[in-house]
Design a protein around this ligand. Sequence first.
Ligand code: GLC
Length: 573
Amino acid sequence: MKITAVLLLGLTALGSAQLEWWQTSTFYQVYPRSFKDGGFDGIGDIPGIIEKLDHFVDIGIGGVWLSPVFKSPMKDFGYDVSNFREIDPIFGTMADFDALVVGCRNRGLKLILDFVPNHSSDEHDWFIRSKAREDPYTDYYTWVDPAGYNATGAPIAPNNWISVFGGPAWEWVEERQQFYLHQFHAGQPDLNYRNPLVLEEMNDVLRFWLDKGADGFRLDAVPHLMEEPGLPDEPPTNDPNYGPDQWGSLEHIYTKDQPELYDIIYGFRDIVDQKQGELGRPLVMLVEAYTNITNTMKYYGNGTHPGAHFPFNFQLIDNLKNETDAAGLQSIINTWFSNLPSGAWSNWVVGNHDQPRVAGRFGTQFGLTSIILGQLLPGTAVTYNGEELNMENTWISWADTVDPQGCQAGPDEYWRFSRDPERTPFQWSAEAMAGFTTGSTTWLPINENYVTLNLEAQKVAAKSPYKVYKRLTEARKNIIAVQTGELRTYVLDTHIFSFARAVPAGNPSVLVVVNLGFEDQVVNANPNNDLPVIANFYTGSLEAVYAENEEVSTVSLAIPARGALVLTYDALV
Ligand code: GLC
């Protein structure tokens, strides 16, 4: 039997007094349109979130991150902001926001806002003035002359760049006789960060919300902030999975990950740090970057200048597959830690509003297993709303599809790209409309499984994802090994992987055993006798045969197919 132990974390101290709130917390992403409708228009809003604040406390959340609630024409459902300092009426009023801040404070919850620096809405006042060449807004966006005119007199785009949502990244504006760049929807013109006025405007937006009571930000889509100024064509990927107008058809070597963008991020961190000093409360800056691991790590800072407190770790989203075996999972984890700069803080994300739900990607059993991994691997855990119930993707017809990334792909292919399936309303109860709204319609259909898969049902069930989730967040708070224990990983068998979060004898250590295979197995999780023979079952898959706190034998553990067992034990030394 092959055993590989890797000691990856130097955090051997037992105490967590030196850790910050954002290190020990679980962050929870609220997708506001789908969380709770405080009214009856079928769209979630801030009053709805306020109604449900106690849910965050109940499930052990420390930081609530809201996807954008700012004024928006909703072409990308809030990621197209037409006023960075106003709340959209769909979501409520500034008074509602203020009440949310108070509600969070009263419960010891931190409130994180989504900051969308790459683009505004095409309905933003800056863009309207920019179109009209009204200074100082003339160069707030990336405007480019046509490459020429075709035989019919139509302007030709400056180059072959394609938007993330598909189709050209250039949109012609008659009024200005120029194209503007949009890396996402045409309703999301890219801001021009070569213009120092734009940077100053956006710095002010950060200051504004921190003054209003936000505890930090998640920075959206940052790899797209800068482009190569010569605007060269991007080379084709020749990937047969993508048509010529789809984003995957080009290598994005000139529109993503440009070296200049990191200084902008470090500058945003300076603003956050300055405000932290001024306001006297701890703030946090998180970054969303789909990029390779080397670039991901650059967001932490450059050694002299700090960047994000952490960029989201998407390794379990990008690399964990249904066919991954134990060595594969170990390698995903090792890759992350071997690239992590010294002193940098880890985190784990398994889902968000842009990714199919884990229950859909992996099936319900391994979906829950991936949530267990995300909570117990070293670092901060980030949960997407509904993961605490292991909510499933919802099938959405073409007629009901609203996500621009799905719509742009057309009726035959929308299902490959649409993000609607993971965005359907939260399933609170078996009542009409899943307890999400008192109205009679919802902006996206509710999953029909809400009758059985809902929070209320999971609260009363003997076993449920909700109950497992609560045990996990409790462990993060109460078991010091989960905060600071040394990580040791083991490949116990082709499909059996385990990891320990180890602290010296006298305090409980944690062992997580994962079955990546599709068969139930009985395993020896202690082949080199470095664990006690008896451990305690803490929590695990719903199919696990053990009861909470039951004594189990580490040399003979029954582990269900695709499942995970979480044990606590007292180390031998
Ligand atoms: C980020 C968001 C995504 C949005 C895009 C453009 O990736 O998570 O939902 O569509 O940025 O703002």
